[in-house]
Design a protein around this ligand. Structure first.
Ligand code: ATP
Length: 274
């Protein structure tokens, strides 16, 4: 979803250091990634491989960033898709796409000579939501294909595949996905607290000239409830206000205007979707 929304200025190779806040999520994810890094030791001990990690939390909190950083951290190739891309009118198309995604991961790993691949599926609830009515048949085939792919993941294969999925509606996932050997690890990715917000703001201020009067700690104070994506937006909008005024630096006034704008945009989104 990142590509569609914020005009990301993220570096090409994203590391955990480029993600603000989310200390606990980062720690838990890095722990889980040991499974990929120490795969030979695990295999020798007969430990069953970790196949799936589920990142759950509200939109724009950095789930996609975490998945990309996980790939960088483990020297894996990264392929990504959104659950909504698999919902199709014709039976079998969604299932075929799931198969292709895993195949693409294996091919890319071979091409880039990497031992592991991370497959990222954003909005997994689009595939693996609880089964109820509607496009039931197609939907089941797609979900079943995903389960088949997960069940086929072996500890000793090359490349080792790890599926990372994101959702902001964990409650609505089909229980089949949550069984042992599927998404074994669940990591909560919540809205940032004040320290997290300040960290995120600092990251997005890296390439921006700030006026002397700017305090990002104060901005963090004033942006309670903002997601990382919204904080990125604040910094970007503030830079646009600065440009309009032909100012060389971003001032606290520009930031105040930007906060209002992002807050207002959010309110309008909520009203139009009601
Ligand atoms: P969605 O559920 O909508 O897909 P997400 O949780 O995957 O959202 P990302 O796509 O990772 O969110 O974040 C969107 C953008 O917001 C990022 O490209 C980045 O600019 C900014 N952002 C979000 N969270 C953070 C963070 N913790 N640190 C730095 N930037 C962040």
């Amino acid at each position: 979803a990142a590509a569609k929304k914020a005009p990301t200025r993220a570096p090409q190779y994203l590391t955990f250091g480029d993600i603000g806040g989310q200390e606990q999520a980062k720690r838990e994810l890095m722990e889980a990634l040991e499974f990929l890094v120490k795969k030979d030791a695990l295999y020798k001990l007969g430990i069953r491989p970790l196949k799936g990690i589920l990142l759950a939390g509200p939109p724009g909190t950095g789930k996609t960033l975490l998945a990309k950083a996980a790939a960088q951290h483990t020297n894996s190739v990264f392929v990504a898709a959104s659950g909504s891309e698999f919902v199709e009118m014709y039976v079998g198309v969604g299932a075929g796409r799931v198969r292709d995604l895993f195949q693409e991961a294996r091919k890319l790993a071979a091409k880039e000579k990497k031992d592991s691949a991370i497959v990222f599926i954003d909005e997994i609830d689009g595939i693996g939501g609880k089964r109820d009515g509607g496009q039931q048949r197609e939907y089941d085939q797609t979900l079943n294909q995903l389960l088949t792919e997960m069940d086929g993941i072996q500890g000793d294969e090359n490349p080792r595949i790890l599926l990372i999925a994101a959702t902001n509606r964990k409650d609505s996932l089909d229980p089949a996905l949550l069984r042992p050997g599927r998404f074994d690890r669940h990591i909560q990715v919540d809205l940032p607290d004040k320290t997290g917000r300040e960290h995120i703001l600092n990251l997005h201020a890296r390439n921006k000239p700030m006026a002397e009067d700017v305090s990002l700690a104060k901005v963090a104070d004033e942006t309670f409830g903002f997601s990382g994506a919204q904080l990125e937006s604040v910094m970007n909008e503030a830079a646009i206000y600065a440009m309009r005024e032909e100012s060389d630096t971003i001032t606290s006034a520009h930031l105040a205007q930007a906060i209002d704008k992002v807050m207002m945009g959010e309110r309008m989104d909520r009203e139009t979707t009601r």
